[in-house]
Design a protein around this ligand. Sequence first.
Ligand code: BDP
Length: 701
Amino acid sequence: MMSTPALRLLLLTLFALTPSAAAAEDGYELWLRYRPVRVTRPTEHLEGADAYSDDPRVVTAALEFKRAVTAIYGGPVPGRELQRDYVALGTPADLKPLGINVDASGLGPEGYLVRTIDGRGHRIVVAGNSGAGILYGTFALIREIQMGHSLDRLNLRSRPTYPLRMLDHWDNLDRTVERGYAGQSLWNWASLPKIDERYTDYARASASVGINGVVINNVNSDPRILSEEYLRKVVALADLFRPWGIRIYLSARFSAPIDLGGLRTADPLDPAVRDWWRAKADEIYRLIPDFGGFVVKANSEGQPGPQEYHRTHAEGANVIADALRPHGGTVFWRAFVYGSSDADRAKQAYEQFKPLDGKFAGNVILQIKNGPIDFQPREPFHPLFGQMPRTRVALEVQLTREYLGQNTGIAYLGPIWTEVLSADTCSPKCGTPVSSTIAAIAGVANVGTDRNWTGTNFDQANWYAFGRLAWNPHLTANEVATEWTRLTWTRDPRAVRTIVPMMMMSREARVNFMTPLGLAHQMATDHHYGPAPWVCDLQQPSWNPCYYHQADAGGIGYDRTATGSNAIAEYMPEVARRFADPKATPEYLLWFHHVPWDYRLNSGLTLWEGLVARYDEGVADAAELARSWASVRPLIDAERWRAVSDDLAREQLEALWWRDASVAYFQSISKRPIPANSPQPAHPLSHYQVLRPPNLPGQRP
Ligand code: BDP
């Protein structure tokens, strides 16, 4: 008869071989999907982790590890108690008494090492200089196990490039989410401080990819978040996030001293205002000793700010920074400003902030969006990167897909982020990528109460990729997509070989059918879903798509060279030279140049022909995405496969809509025939101009 442990192993193996397609899945577990792995040797079976520290983050790590290995290996094997295969978690000092010597120098406060050792009762060690590092190392080990990698000779060493890796929620206190397409806000202010299980799962997922800061409310901030009543609720979240290595930050409204404090001014140089911010900071730190700080959107899109009092952004930021400094807090001051002058919008943030370099307090970080406009499908990098050498700077990206289809289809944003991180600022000299000019990364979150967290299953990849790239900006988008696919869908190589290329083409598909050749901001007014290149009558000029495409009988595109707005002069000369040459950066052609319709592209086509060809390519890309997904059907669980299939069907309709509407509109200006090999738009332009699709992703019916 088979012994009990052997029987157990056999069952484990059989279970591991059961096709995942059989199990119903709704996406809730994200990439922390602890599915059984095939165990071929008893030594591959791990039972848990011993925490040799009472740091709450290490205790959390041990519990998470237990949860993972119990699900993956099926729990303890009876009869094996005496040869427990455990993992040891601790700092070098914690582990020394066990006879385990590890060198954690160079790992900083959050780095980790994970190593297979020859230890009595312990087979693997996870070490770091703090609980945070040990927590991240534990997640790294879990990832190795999930991916089915051998544990025999593990030797991982990693530390984060940036100390601050933040998710910014644009969540309102009424639980709506600005630019959110995944249900309501996670934070239930009516029931807080009562804890919802989702808060923990959110923290687990964020911590697993190294996120260590969370701004829980919208940058268009409701001042009440700083009231005593709300702060008491915030404490509950801060307490819950702490063992996951996550600190809370709040978006503060610049006029809070008036709105909440009853003062007559928010002038940053007024002593009463200074005292108000100090008292508020002291109050918060009494409640939340590790509070991270504030994010402030000031003098931007109608938000109050120091300019109302003829003070600079630096003076505004510094009064708040002074209040936080004794407690070690940080102010993230956003550089997203435009509209106060007639200058090209792409130039305005630089014009306002460049003269302030060196004027910000040491605990202020200037938070700059990846591009100079606003999270478009493709933008060149923001000219402020590399040009604020005496200011700490953060890169801000957007996980939620405000301008990339919202909650339809697929758009893996890894390539947008690696594009900006690796862009060469040439400041102070060439070979200086954006990634080496920044101190922090912030991403506008894409999660909500939808069961799968992010609206579509593939949007989970953007949460994952954000964390991984904020940890290590040198990873490639492809590497991250591969990891995520294996953790989230399946390790079956046939599926991975299909899904990763789908992800890698998904953003470019959207560029092609929405804003090809360097066009930008062609989306419909306000909600930003669907095409509206014809809109030209909005009060704020730079809200009009026509402002960006500048199409006329002569050609199309925004001349940002010396003959136009000269925005290129904001870049370092070597970069400006490249952008000034239309042949050198074809992906930004119409971003920087107004180009005649008959201009010859590198491909030999005229600009008009090439533009239509790009829209056609976008439609073909959307069809290819759907075809590829159809081919993995047998390898994916039915519920999630169906959901993505529906998403991609919708993307195909969108692609056609964008293509036909844009081609019809631009043809009305170029007066050129539709190229012979391209279909005519399905309807006349007037049809698209009045189209008001009901139930847009980001709007309530
Ligand atoms: C734009 C959004 C707007 C945000 C703003 C911001 O359309 O809803 O408030 O950015 O970043 O992308 O402040």
